[in-house]
Design a protein around this ligand. Structure first.
Ligand SMILES: Nc1ncnc2c1ncn2[C@@H]1O[C@H](COP(=O)(O)OP(=O)(O)OP(=O)(O)O)[C@@H](O)[C@H]1O
Length: 257
């Protein structure tokens, strides 16, 4: 059974349709890029999975649990099963790296006495075990990104969700991070990454779900960042809209046209 199911999902804000009639499934152990231009709906899609937002219509099921009918009390538990790397949840600057990760583990309700070895272990996964005493500002951008990944991994997630994780990283650090994602995926973790890092997505050759103005334009396996497909889909949509408008005009009385 699919681990994530989107079934005709639409998300509207007041004056904005952020996602329109999106359907796809993700199996356990898949690596999926969500790509698209700025405003295409990538973050909205990830926020819906994290239940930081609710769908307007349609249904999302994560690991067999329907999110629309999920009891509010269960939402924290749902989020704890996800490893989340989001620009909105940065590192605490006045806390050491060790504390940043320890607090993430404690927030899950895990008061294990071996917490120190756990922190060192997850930092080790991203090659930063030696930096646990450092503060965020003492690390490079690439190292900070790896700490964010390590914090996401601290909850031992089934699914890792990363929203633009390579934004603001130099090419080498971005590539290192992608390699870490690939390694985690190789070990069986499901990975969802929203990105407009065109070259990286193309090199990785993973499944790409391409959004254009909130619509699912392409869903292709072993894909490149397909700018051409995006443009074709966008043009087609504009033509469709124009056709619809002119069809409406045909039925309007002359004095209203
Ligand atoms: N809280 C909100 N209230 C109103 N509109 C919103 C909200 N969040 C997103 N939107 C709108 O929904 C659309 C999709 O936004 P979203 O942030 O999902 O795009 P994105 O593809 O992640 O963009 P970016 O790459 O710039 O982060 C945009 O038009 C945006 O303005």
């Amino acid at each position: 059974m699919a681990q994530i199911i989107f079934d005709h999902v639409t998300k509207e804000y007041k004056n904005e349709v952020a996602l329109k009639d999106i359907s796809f499934t993700v199996d356990k152990g898949e690596f999926v890029f969500i790509v698209g231009k700025s405003g295409a709906g990538k973050s909205t899609l990830l926020n819906l999975i994290m239940k930081q937002e609710d769908v307007t219509s349609g249904q999302i099921i994560v690991e067999g649990r329907r999110l629309d009918t999920m009891d509010a009390k269960r939402v924290p538990l749902h989020r704890r099963r996800l490893g989340i790397m989001s620009p909105e949840v940065g590192l605490l600057k006045d806390r050491s790296i060790y504390d940043n990760i320890r607090l993430a583990i404690l927030a899950t309700g895990n008061a294990d006495v071996r917490i120190r070895s756990k922190v060192i272990k997850v930092l080790g996964l991203v090659g930063l075990a030696g930096k646990y005493h450092a503060y965020p500002d003492e690390l490079s951008g690439g190292e900070q990104a790896r700490v964010l990944l390590s914090r996401a991994l601290a909850v031992q997630p089934e699914i890792l969700i990363a929203d633009e994780p390579t934004a603001n990283l130099d090419p080498d650090s971005a590539w290192d991070l992608m390699q870490l994602f690939d390694e985690l995926n190789y070990r069986g973790m499901t990975i969802l990454v929203a990105s407009h890092a065109r070259e990286l997505v193309t090199i990785m050759k993973k499944r790409c779900i391409t959004l254009v103005a909130g619509r699912l334009a392409v869903d292709a396996r072993r894909s490149i960042y397909d700018q051409k497909a995006m443009d074709i889909f966008a043009e087609r949509r504009i033509l469709e809209e124009e056709e619809k408008k002119s069809e409406k005009m045909l039925y309007l009385p002359d004095n209203v046209r």
